[in-house]
Write a protein that binds this ligand. Structure first.
Ligand code: AMP
Length: 424
């Protein structure tokens, strides 16, 4: 047999990598609880049609698609929002609004593998359904801010825009939705020349080009500039006003906004309102992003439901933490190896091990049948703190031997006092 490797773009996460990933997930879950989001677990495999309906060309072309044995067209989820919209039109249709939903898991995109870009990666995903108000948009940005802060990331900042500004201009210039999507997709990739070429008139093209010039250092000033620039475009102007309202809420709540970008677009097609991404200075790829999508649920046959949500790229956050040498704030308890001096005491040793675990102590049980000295040497190498040695003589007195591996000291400790002794 040949030795096997992982499939290109897929990774094994070992040791610290796995630990960091699960740490970030646990923090995202804590944020979900604190903000009142209920966790839902949806399938990795979904109907291709569902996932492709509104995801946009970019993601559609990168999906892992296959037929299952029942000849169904299915795909691995490239994101969570489509599954959430499916739930909102089925099982959760009659849930009172607002509905706050949290999911975490792996997603799949056939991206070109490189640093921070994988074909299997993890997202934590938050969706707030049922409110069209700026405070709902603000909540999604603020919970992302809370996550970044809790994880100890330094210098992170948000980039904010509003897809309604560009769409407002395009629809008033009679650009059909398909062309709008094509333009936005290119703008998302900063291929502005290519994007503007698709504009049907000189006026439309110069309006789009002009958006790029509006940026200023002060984000509120940028919003004012957008407002006067699109004065003749009713929907675009309303979008700029809405952006100003959301911005006020998040900036005044202490959220660091780096820039407001009038020409900012995101790859997913379903956005209708405010959009954002979060970055750290050391990495030019986004750690997370999201926005408002007010029409997705009705596209899937549900009632018209305003919604806003976002996804955090857990692998990229892990990369950011590694670059910033962030310390994981985990309180790891003492580690203990439990072993018996001979086979006849195994049951007693197992009981002691279980008693320690019940008290929350991390216990490894000696399963290799090694000689005592060898087992202790190995445990010491692996930075185990204590060995608990179960021997005949001590056991008769209701006690065991407790060995501090680093200090190479051992004492006889009554089993009753063992937990306390190890924890202290
Ligand atoms: P999106 O669903 O496109 O809004 O992406 C949300 C977040 O997922 C991004 O901000 C990234 O942090 C992360 N992400 C997107 N694509 C990849 C990828 N190929 N590999 C790792 N993380 C990704």
């Amino acid at each position: 047999m040949p030795t096997f490797q992982t499939v290109r773009g897929m990774r094994d996460l070992l040791n610290e990598e796995a630990e960091t990933l699960t740490y970030i997930i646990s923090k995202a879950r804590e944020i979900a609880v604190l903000y009142g989001y209920k966790e839902v677990i949806t399938p990795v495999v979904e109907p291709f049609e569902l996932l492709s309906a509104k995801s946009g060309e970019e993601i559609r072309q990168r999906m892992f698609i296959f037929k299952d044995l029942g000849d169904r067209n299915v795909a691995l989820r490239p994101e969570f929002t489509a599954s959430i919209a499916r739930l909102a039109t089925t099982s959760l249709k009659n849930e009172p609004k607002p509905l706050r939903l949290f999911s975490v898991g792996s997603v799949y995109r056939y991206d070109e593998p490189q640093r921070g870009r994988y074909r299997e990666f993890w997202q934590s995903n938050f969706e707030l359904l049922g409110s069209s108000r700026p405070e709902a948009d603000a909540e999604i940005v603020l919970l992302t801010n809370s996550l970044m802060e809790t994880l100890g990331l330094q210098g992170y900042a948000f980039k904010i825009g509003h897809i309604g500004v560009i769409r407002g201009i395009l629809s008033q210039e009679n650009v059909d939705e398909k062309t709008q999507n094509a333009i936005l997709q290119r703008m998302d990739k900063k291929e502005y020349e290519e994007a503007f070429k698709l504009a049907p008139s000189d006026k439309c093209r110069s309006m789009l080009e002009g958006l790029l010039q509006l940026k200023s250092d002060d984000c509120f000033e940028t919003v004012e500039k957008i407002k006067s620039y699109v004065a003749g475009y009713e929907k675009a102007k309303a979008a700029a006003e809405n952006l100003g309202d959301v911005l006020k809420l998040i900036v005044e709540s202490g959220c660091p906004v780096e820039t407001v970008e009038p020409a900012f677009a995101r790859g997913l097609e379903y956005y209708t309102g405010m959009i954002f991404e979060v970055y750290i200075p050391q990495l030019d790829i986004a750690l997370g992003g999201g926005g408002r999508y007010d029409r997705l649920i009705e596209v899937f046959g549900g009632e018209s439901t305003p919604a806003v949500g976002d996804a955090h790229g857990i692998d990229r956050i892990a990369l950011a933490m590694q670059m910033q040498k962030t310390i994981l704030a985990t309180k790891r308890g003492k580690r203990v190896l439990v072993l018996s001096v001979n086979d006849s005491l195994k049951v007693e040793a197992l009981k002691v091990a279980q008693m320690l675990r019940d008290a929350g102590i991390i216990v490894e049980f000696e399963v290799m049948g090694r000689k005592m000295a060898k087992a202790l040497e190995d445990a010491d190498k692996r930075k185990v703190d204590y060995a608990v040695i179960v021997g005949e003589r001590e056991l008769k007195e209701g006690a065991v031997m407790l060995r501090n591996l680093a200090k190479r000291e051992q004492t006889i400790v009554p089993i009753k006092e063992l937990v306390e002794k190890i924890k202290s």
